[in-house]
Design a protein. Structure first.
Length: 76
């Protein structure tokens, strides 16, 4: 490629970037609102421990650490 070809590609790319910039600046939904936006905040996590639910943690609850074999009747 000649130097003029490279210069023409750079010129066309620069003009394309400028056109794209001015189009993007004028699109209304891409603009940041001047009054700002409200966002949700997270409450701080404390070191106190609350009592666990009695419906989940009780003497009749299922123990997920016990190994269960389904259909294991000893047949070979």
């Amino acid at each position: 490629m000649k130097k003029t070809d490279i210069a023409m590609i750079v010129l066309i790319a620069g003009v394309g970037i400028l056109i794209a910039y001015f189009i993007a600046v004028n699109i209304p939904f891409l603009k940041i609102p001047e009054r700002g936006v409200e966002v949700q905040t997270v409450d701080s996590i404390g070191s106190e421990i609350s009592e666990p639910s009695k419906s989940v943690f009780n003497a009749e609850a299922i123990n997920p650490t016990v190994e269960i074999v389904v259909g294991g009747n000893g047949a070979q």
